[in-house]
Design a binder for this molecule. Structure first.
Ligand SMILES: N[C@@H](CCC(=O)N[C@@H](CS)C(=O)NCC(=O)O)C(=O)O
Length: 216
């Protein structure tokens, strides 16, 4: 099997989702690390015109946008399947991925995780407490809704691992490590789900760099 090349930084939860997918599939990959100073530079824009990470190369094929990458990997390497066949479970999986991309990451993780964990660890910055406090209501809304959708199921879209779990686990891993996320997640089914996810070999093999792991 050819090796997947993943461009980005291993601190990125989106990049981790791709790594988890490849670990679950048993597919070879390597991270082509981009230094924080290279982000949004000319070389980065050539890979990803919007200046985000991750981007993958598989032979001559290049792709960005994490949910597109995950769906591609799941059909390029069919086993084990990471997308359900039941229509309602497909709907739920896609809904949860949408919640991540539209609400959880931009309104919550990008603020709370960035100011609490990433900026102090990588940039030596002091957390912006006002920005963090302003994001707490959205954190309650997003995590509360994900907890409701999970209900008593084993995984987010039902009783089988799916792309929804792969997309959300790296984001909630970081959020759970913040004081704000810790309070919101305390004693929830979502936290128990995260603990089950954290125990998977694919999650253990893709932990963030030690500096961020300590912070988290
Ligand atoms: N929609 C993109 C979002 C990816 C994203 O925002 N990644 C973050 C890192 S976790 C990033 O590139 N941040 C750089 C920036 O915002 O300048 C995807 O799904 O891949």
């Amino acid at each position: 099997m050819r090796e997947f090349i993943i461009h980005g930084h291993p601190a990125s939860p989106f990049l981790r989702s791709v790594c988890i997918a490849l670990e679950e599939k048993g597919a070879p990959y390597r991270i082509q690390q981009m230094a924080p100073g290279e982000m949004r530079g000319e070389a980065h824009r050539e890979l990803h015109p919007f200046g985000r990470i991750p981007v993958i190369d598989y032979g001559e094929y290049r792709l960005y946008e994490t949910q597109a990458i995950l769906r591609y990997i799941d059909v390029e390497i069919p086993k084990p399947e990471l997308q359900p066949s039941d229509p309602k479970a497909i709907g739920r999986m896609n809904q949860i991925i949408g919640i991540n991309d539209w609400y959880l990451f931009p309104q919550v993780a990008r603020i709370i995780v960035f100011h609490r964990i990433v900026a102090p660890a990588l940039l030596g910055a002091v957390p912006d407490e006002a920005a963090i406090s302003a994001a707490v209501p959205d954190a309650k809304l997003c995590l509360g809704e994900l907890n409701r959708l999970l209900g008593d199921q084993r995984f987010l879209a039902g009783n089988h691992l799916s792309l929804a779990d792969l997309m959300l686990a790296p984001q909630i891993y970081y959020l759970a490590a913040t004081p704000e996320g810790g309070v919101i997640l305390k004693d929830t089914a979502l936290l128990a789900w995260l603990e089950r996810m954290n125990a998977r070999p694919s999650m253990k093999a893709t932990l963030p760099p030690p500096l961020l792991r300590l912070a988290a």
